[in-house]
Structure formats: C-alpha cells, structure tokens
Design a protein around this ligand. Structure first.
Ligand SMILES: Cc1cc2nc3c(=O)[nH]c(=O)nc-3n(C[C@H](O)[C@H](O)[C@H](O)COP(=O)(O)OP(=O)(O)OC[C@H]3O[C@@H](n4cnc5c(N)ncnc54)[C@H](O)[C@@H]3O)c2cc1C
Length: 386
C-alpha cells in the first residue's frame, strides 16, 4: 500500500473510538495510519444517538471514565480544526423521570452524588418546567446538567480531519485481515491492498473487535448487542433535554440476551426526535423488526403523549460492541507485544471516546494515566477467557 513514513500505530477502525484514539495519539506526536474497510464513521458510530452521559452510569469504573471523558470532551472540541469544529455539540443536560415509585431513582441519584455527579432531584412541577410536554404521571425527576449531546458522525470525521492536518493518514475501503509478527511482536498488518509495516496495531473495530482479535491471534470477548431507533419527521421545539425513563439504567446494565426496551428521547438540531432504544443479543442480524419498533413507540408515547400524533420518518439499527462485564477494553494485549485494543464501549462509545483516546495515548507513551486503567485491562477473565 503506498504511503509515506512507516506509521508508529495502525488504528484499525475509523469509528468514533478509533478516531478519538488516532486524534489523541497524533496530538502527542505519534505517527498514525487509520484504516477502515468501509468509510469513516459508517458503522456503529453512525447509529449512535450522540448522548454524552454521566446520568446512566452507576458508581464504579465506567462512571469514572464517563466523568473524565465529559471533561475531556471540552479539550477535544477546543482542538478541532476550525473548518470542522461545529459537531452539533449541545450542553443540553439530561432529565430522568420515574412514573411509578420514586424511591429507586432517588436512591440511584444519591449514590451518584456521592460519586461526584451533579444529580439534582426535582419535583414533578420542576420537571414540567424543564419538559412541559411530559406525561402528568411523572412522580419524580433528576436533572443532570452535565449530560450533553453531539452528532457522532460529524465528531468522528472532525477528529480524523485533525489527524490528517497533523500528517496522519486515513484510508477507507481497506480491510485489515490480521497482523504480521516477528519475534513475538507486531511488525505490520496484512490488508486487502498489501502489507503495511508499523510499530503497533490498535484494534478499534467496534462490534467486530472480537473477530479482529481472533484474526490477530489474540481473541477477546466483544459481541454485538443490537439496538434500534425510531426517528420522527422534523418538529418544532418539543423535547429540550435528553429525557429518559428511570428503567433505562436497568436495561443498560443488564446482560440479558432477550429484547429489552426502555424509553430514551432527544431532539436533534435538525428538529427530528430520536426515540430509543432497544437492546437485544441476536448476533449480526440487522433486520429492523416491527415488534421492537412497536414497543419503542408505545413506551415513548407513555412518556411524551404528543408523540402519538407525529409522523415517523424512518427507523434504523446498529450493533453496540459489548463485553460480558459491560466495561470497555482499553490497553495493550499482554499476549502479543504491539497489539492494543480500544473497544467494548457498548452503548456509550460516543461519550467515552475522548478519555479512551487519552488513556491509550498515555499508556502507549508510558505517561501517568489520568485515571486507573486496571478495570479496563485486556487480560481480565471476562474478556480473554475462552
Ligand atoms: C442504536 C444505538 C444507539 C447508541 N446511542 C449512543 C449514544 O447515545 N451515546 C453513546 O455514547 N453511544 C451510543 N451508542 C454506542 C456507540 O454508537 C458505540 O459505542 C460506538 O459507536 C462504538 O464506536 P467504535 O468506533 O468502537 O465502533 P464502530 O463505529 O463500529 O467502528 C468500528 C469500525 O471498524 C471497522 N472495521 C471492523 N473490522 C475491520 C477490519 N477487519 N478492517 C478494517 N476495518 C474494520 C468498521 O468498518 C467500523 O467502521 C449507540 C449504539 C447504538 C447501536
């Protein structure tokens, strides 16, 4: 494959996670080549609703990563080249509501507050001030001012533009089949257009990261978890925050293979309202199923009754990259020197990408990491057990 100097790192996958890692690495002076078999940000990243959330994470390593990443977003946005800097970032905040017993949501918010999250318990009257069109059945709400939203495809492609500006390369339509090794370490990648020499390889293949790990001789457990979204026609302002039902947190954390749906709703700058979301482990089956959409629509109308009368424009789905313990996989692979992974972010890869990129860069350069990488290490049993 033609190219200039040998890259220090080949990043396989130009989704949000690969783009954020490449941007952080190139910002630190590392020569990167990003390769994707499709176009940039064309797969899971194109399915993401773009929520950058701290609200849906229980105290623990993922919340710590989310809090760090929320700050890192500000740094990343400030580094974007001016021509691509508008990535539809909105500091809109999140509102989580319960329509039944308020107790569990209150308890969850109290635990998050103790972990450093700005979580403000509010009365139904205060909820309606924030979201006047919600169902009157709301019994309590929690306002999360730090939740935000971004357009994932714009964000990933802007990060890749920054990589190119620094002399990095981005190749589309090139499949990486595996890695070349010499004396127990990675020395290159094998691609559909020939071999490429490099110092290291970063597996950022999203839901296909398990396949790529296996092809590289270092299998990891990353599986697809299907999600579907309904999209309304553009509407006048109607949903101001990211709004979801308290049962969403349970669905996110569940490992159940069966269909789970919980209401999560936000509007986009274009005026469309995104109605999510479902979670199902059905492999790479990409059919859009009526029974899932019916369930999403029914629950959405339960939360925002006006949605029962708005036109739906389309529905789509994607595959969240899922590790069995619901934690991302970030770091070097101890089984093969020079192989790295940044994947398994499940339904939070857009929000968590900036801190992931920073962590990969710190570990790669031997710097002190900005947060404890141990919970995300590659050789934990949930990820590398056969
Ligand atoms: C319905 C839905 C809603 C979501 N909503 C949100 C949200 O609101 N907020 C949030 O934070 N997250 C959300 N997510 C999750 C988020 O979209 C993912 O976590 C994130 O996009 C993962 O990014 P990635 O770069 O790891 O994977 P991807 O975007 O899938 O990128 C991986 C890339 O690797 C490439 N690739 C794979 N194998 C190879 C190979 N062998 N050679 C070359 N290229 C290869 C693929 O073509 C692909 O482009 C949602 C996901 C879904 C499905």
């Amino acid at each position: 494959m033609p190219g200039s100097a040998t890259p220090d790192v080949v990043v396989v996958g130009a989704g949000m996670v690969g783009a954020a890692c490449a941007e952080a690495l190139s910002g630190a002076g590392v020569r990167v080549l990003v390769i994707d078999r499709d176009g940039p940000a064309g797969r899971t990243t194109a399915s993401g609703e773009g929520n950058v959330l701290v609200s849906d994470k229980k105290p623990g390593p993922e919340l710590e990563l989310a809090l760090a990443s929320r700050s890192e977003w500000d740094a990343v946005l400030s580094r974007l080249p001016e021509r691509v800097a508008d990535v539809e970032w909105e500091d809109k905040g999140g509102v989580v509501v319960a329509t039944t017993d308020p107790g569990p949501l209150k308890e969850f918010a109290a635990k998050q507050q103790a972990a450093g999250v700005d979580a403000r318990v509010i009365s139904p009257a205060e909820v309606f001030e924030l979201e006047p069109l919600l169902t009157p059945r709301v019994t309590i709400g929690v306002h999360y001012p730090d939740d935000a939203q971004v357009q994932p495809v714009l964000a990933a492609t802007a990060l890749l533009a920054a990589v190119r500006d620094r002399g990095g390369e981005v190749r589309s339509g090139v499949q990486v089949f595996g890695v070349r090794q010499s004396r127990g370490r990675v020395v290159g990648v094998e691609t559909s257009v020939g071999d490429v020499a490099c110092g290291a390889v970063l597996n950022a293949c999203g839901p296909w990261a398990g396949e790529f790990g296996a092809a590289a001789g270092a299998p990891i457990q990353v599986l697809p978890r299907r999600g579907m979204i309904l999209v309304t026609a553009p509407l006048p302002e109607c949903v101001r925050h990211k709004v979801y039902d308290a049962d969403y947190v349970g669905a996110v954390g569940s490992g159940d293979a069966d269909l789970q749906t919980s209401t999560v709703i936000e509007s986009t700058r274009a005026g469309t309202v995104l109605i999510g979301s479902s979670r199902e482990r059905i492999g790479f089956d990409d059919s859009v199923r009526v029974r899932v959409l019916r369930e999403l629509a029914r629950k959405a109308v339960g939360l925002f009754p006006f949605l029962g009368d708005v036109p739906v424009m389309r529905a789509y789905g994607g595959f969240r990259p899922y590790a069995p313990d619901h934690l991302p996989v970030i770091g070097p692979d101890p089984r093969l020197l020079g192989l790295w992974h940044a994947t398994g972010h499940e339904g939070a890869g857009i929000g968590l990408a900036p801190s992931t990129g920073r962590l990969i860069t710190e570990l790669f350069l031997g710097l002190t990491p900005h947060l404890d990488p141990t919970p995300f290490r590659v050789d934990r049993p949930a990820v590398t057990a056969a």
